[in-house]
Design a protein around this ligand. Structure first.
Ligand code: AHR
Length: 496
């Protein structure tokens, strides 16, 4: 007999802000994310657009309040030379995107196009700098080009290209996956390179500081984090990255939509592994940075499967099912609960690539189950975390067991408490009691994302099969809530 499911919220212990930047996104020059995704070209008269960026995508992402957007990669970032993407489009050189499909990249979407798009999206840009095939001068010039308002060679060039005031970009990556596609470096070598690049990245005006993010570990490579923390002086670094993707196995990733319960279970196990990674990398950071000045930035996360049949294997186009809604729900709960150290994260990737929130096909656009989870969770952005303890029953398959339930909670600036709950169990409804210490509420409301089958998804023929619905199975009595969570569901509760 398993113990009952029970969660206790401790509002009196609240002290940590959940940074809105945990809810960030990632857009790489990869497959159909930028070209034929966000960007369809200024000359497109069929699909409504602003400077070539689809208006429907802008509206959908604004509705998520996306706080930041990482660009131009990923692996692509360490091949990208930003000066190829400025000036008249007809004069920009074409290059080959060697990492992603070997396609020709004509650089028609460059720095101005991206930063102006971020203004339309009301989001903060996060520029990923090229450390592996670039130079210190090139990256330093990029910072000067986008951030300096005074007179200088780069600000003159920017003005000549039509932009008077600097965009003031705060977030900067210094290389990407330096242990792999970013140069196959060893951590101590990268740490030295990082120190050199970071030294010349100032904001050029001595006003707001730039926020420099070191290329972080691949999953459980704790030695990477340790070496960087030990060797990079505190005044040169504001964030350290971590990448972790959820999948069945890297060698047999399986279909995005046709998967067995075993494959689902393995994916959930891999997604839940994020908590161990965050705890262990944070513990190393605590040794060198007990005041938690440096943020852990999980700037790539999400589910990674085989591409959809018939699509370019280098384009990483995959559908998105209720399994992905589960990944998003549990991962964001982990980030919220560890918000003291995890202060930024980026789901990979926004449009048409990996665990996308938006898929497009010609003029059509659909919102994926992952989109709906992020929309429900946006209430946590910049709210104050409410610590909680959780007793959860197990979701078992064969000899293996996972915690069935996951949760996080926060209180927003208007005094509304939100609780997000996930039941990953493939078959079983779970009843749950929530106690809230020293606090009583008058009203409760809720929304739910789920579907009859785990592998249901929104298609271009049936775009709204999965979308949030009103959730009525939460009964409030003072400071106790009884909840009935259906199998494979994500729920948000609002308490006043
Ligand atoms: O998101 C796709 C790729 O995954 C990124 O380019 C790279 O950083 C990671 O390996």
């Amino acid at each position: 007999q398993q113990q009952a499911n029970e969660i206790t919220l401790k509002p009196k212990e609240s002290k940590t802000k959940i940074s809105k930047h945990i809810y960030g996104h990632f857009a790489e020059h990869l497959g159909r994310c930028i070209y034929d995704g966000f960007y369809i070209g200024e000359e497109n008269k069929v699909i409504p657009n602003t400077n070539g960026v689809r208006n429907d995508i802008i509206a959908a992402l604004k509705n998520l309040n996306i706080p930041n957007l990482r660009w131009p990669g990923g692996c692509f970032a360490d091949t990208y030379h930003w000066k190829d993407g400025i000036g008249p489009k007809k004069d920009r050189p074409s290059i080959v995107n060697t990492w992603w499909g070997g396609v020709t990249e004509n650089n028609s979407f460059g720095t101005h196009d991206f930063l102006n798009m971020c203004e339309l999206l009301n989001t903060e840009p996060y520029l990923a700098g090229n450390l592996a095939t670039g130079t210190v001068q090139e990256l330093s010039d990029w910072v000067q080009y986008v951030n300096f308002n005074g007179d200088s060679p780069m600000s003159k060039l920017r003005r000549a290209n039509g932009r008077d005031t600097a965009w003031k970009v705060k977030f900067w990556g210094v290389g990407n996956e330096a242990w792999g596609c970013g140069g196959n470096m060893k951590p101590d070598y990268y740490a030295n390179e990082y120190r050199k690049y970071a030294t010349f990245m100032t904001d050029w005006e001595n006003s707001s500081k730039v926020f420099r993010i070191a290329s972080g570990a691949n999953g459980g490579d704790y030695n990477w984090t340790e070496t960087l923390m030990k060797n990079i002086p505190r005044n040169l670094i504001e964030g350290i990255a971590l990448h972790h993707y959820a999948n069945v196995t890297w060698s047999k990733k399986g279909s995005a939509t046709q998967f067995s319960e075993q494959q689902y279970f393995a994916t959930m196990k891999s997604a839940l592994h994020m908590e161990e990674l965050v705890i262990k990398h944070s513990a190393i950071m605590d040794k060198y940075d007990p005041d938690k000045k440096i943020a852990l930035v999980v700037d790539e996360w999400g589910g990674w499967y085989e591409v959809e049949p018939g699509t370019n294997p280098g384009f990483l186009y995959q559908q998105n099912t209720i399994r992905d809604a589960m990944i998003a729900g549990v991962t964001l709960n982990v980030f919220n609960n560890h918000a003291e150290r995890v202060r930024m994260a980026n789901l990979a990737q926004t449009v048409n690539v990996l665990q996308a929130v938006i898929l497009t096909e010609k003029e059509k656009m659909i919102l994926t189950p992952t989109y709906h989870v992020l929309e429900m969770y946006k209430v946590h952005q910049d709210a104050t975390l409410i610590p909680l303890s959780i007793n959860t029953q197990e979701y078992a398959l064969g000899d293996e067991k996972l915690p069935a339930l996951s949760a996080s909670a926060s209180i927003d600036k208007n005094g509304v408490t939100h609780i997000t709950l996930v039941n990953i169990d493939a078959k079983k409804t779970h009843e749950l009691k929530i106690n809230i210490q020293d606090q009583a509420y008058k009203t409760i409301s809720g929304r739910i994302v789920n579907s009859a089958k785990l592998n249901d998804f929104n298609s271009f023929q049936n775009p709204d099969l999965i979308k949030p619905a009103v959730f009525k199975d939460a009964q409030l009595k003072g400071n106790q809530i009884q909840v009935v969570l259906p199998a494979h569901s994500v729920v948000v509760l609002a308490l006043k």
